[in-house]
Design a protein around this ligand. Structure first.
Ligand code: 5GP
Ligand code: MN
Length: 334
């Protein structure tokens, strides 16, 4: 069983807490929202007051998650969220490992707070800003680690269908439906336990993946037929979209989710990237298949980071500049 150093001492602090706040990263994904809500459901079984706080809105394909409507979003209610974080006795940091990942305002609130801080995360190089750092880059998802955390407390018997649905969502979305190299026997062991709660996994997959809009499919179709470029002898593929192009297809948050994987799926491609213009920055997603370290590519050039095979970053001088820089440097990482 996975070890969580100091977990018993931490548990004493958690059950005495008046207010617990669970935070996760900007542009929250299935793992961020799933692991946060799962932990909330679990802690609430102990009559704790638990609030999930996210910097910004999560994608609509996660709205079905139990209690997602109780999530507090900083962008929408800054004063209210500030108050909640300030009064917290325990703050969980899930699925991120450096304060900047929650945005400037929340980051300041968390670092200035004297609450007990607990990180559960699977990204490389955790920053030192928490009291309990549970970081393991070998895990496919934070959701898997939240299950292990509950198990280390000897409370896996309390994992009900709601908790299981949230954890399953985190595992499925972060593991590419069990296909990334980070998936191992432990992932399937935990997933089996989740299914034993009576979880309807087929329905969950439909909720997550079969909720396209026509606009979204048209945008993806446009991007793939007009904006896909392959360079470096077929080893690099990327897509770029301007704000105007996205607006033409009534872009909604999450509509370009997974687009980068189409570029990666081309035979022979090792590095794929997706550049998305927004009002302030250019948001970039990087993926690699076998050997290229895209977290390094991102941290060296695009103020980002992430995992070896999946990373994100940003460009601050416009879309064209970001794409030009990518073209210049990408060969070094092949
Ligand atoms: P995505 O391309 O899906 O936005 O992000 C892929 C992975 O990279 C995720 O695991 C995410 O946590 C990480 N990531 C995305 N953007 C950033 C960033 O700006 N900084 C760091 N350190 N990681 C990022
Ligand atoms: Mn994750």
């Amino acid at each position: 069983m996975k070890e969580f150093v100091g977990i018993n001492e931490l548990w004493e602090k958690i059950i005495q807490a008046k207010h617990v706040v669970i935070t996760s990263h900007k542009s929250p994904d299935g793992d961020a929202v799933g692991s946060s809500l799962a932990l909330k459901h679990f802690l609430e079984k102990h009559q704790l007051d638990v609030e999930v706080v996210l910097p910004d809105i999560f994608p609509h394909f996660l709205k079905w998650l139990p209690c997602s409507n109780h999530i507090s979003i900083y962008d929408f209610h800054p004063a209210n969220v500030t108050e909640r974080v300030q009064r917290a006795d325990v703050i969980f940091c899930l699925d991120y490992n450096e304060p900047s990942r929650v945005g400037n305002s929340l980051s300041a609130l968390i670092t200035e707070s004297d609450a007990v801080k607990v990180m559960i995360d699977h990204h490389v190089d955790p920053a030192e800003f928490v009291d309990y750092c549970y970081s393991d880059t070998s895990q496919c998802s934070t959701a898997q680690m939240v299950y292990q955390f509950i198990e280390a407390l000897g409370q896996e018997g309390r994992v009900d269908q709601d908790i299981a649905a949230c954890l399953y969502t985190g595992i499925v979305t972060d593991s590419g439906s069990f296909r990334f190299s980070s998936v191992d026997a432990e992932t399937h062991r935990i997933t089996a336990r989740l299914l034993e709660t009576g979880l309807n996994h087929a329905e969950i997959h439909q909720n997550i993946y079969d909720c396209n809009t026509k606009d979204r499919l048209n945008l993806v179709g446009y991007a793939l037929s007009n904006k896909l470029e392959v360079i470096e002898d077929g080893k690099v593929a990327f897509v770029q979209l301007t704000l105007a192009e996205m607006e033409r297809f009534n872009f909604k948050k999450g509509d370009t989710e997974g687009l980068v994987n189409y570029a990666l799926s081309i035979q022979g491609v090792e590095i794929a990237a997706f550049f998305r213009e927004s009002e302030d920055i250019t948001k970039i997603s990087f993926r690699s298949k076998k050997y290229a370290k895209v977290n390094q590519l991102s941290s060296d050039n695009f103020e980002g980071g992430g995992h070896v095979h999946a990373a994100g970053g940003r460009g601050t001088n416009g879309l064209q500049d970001a794409v030009d820089r990518f073209r210049q440097v990408v060969a070094k990482y092949l």
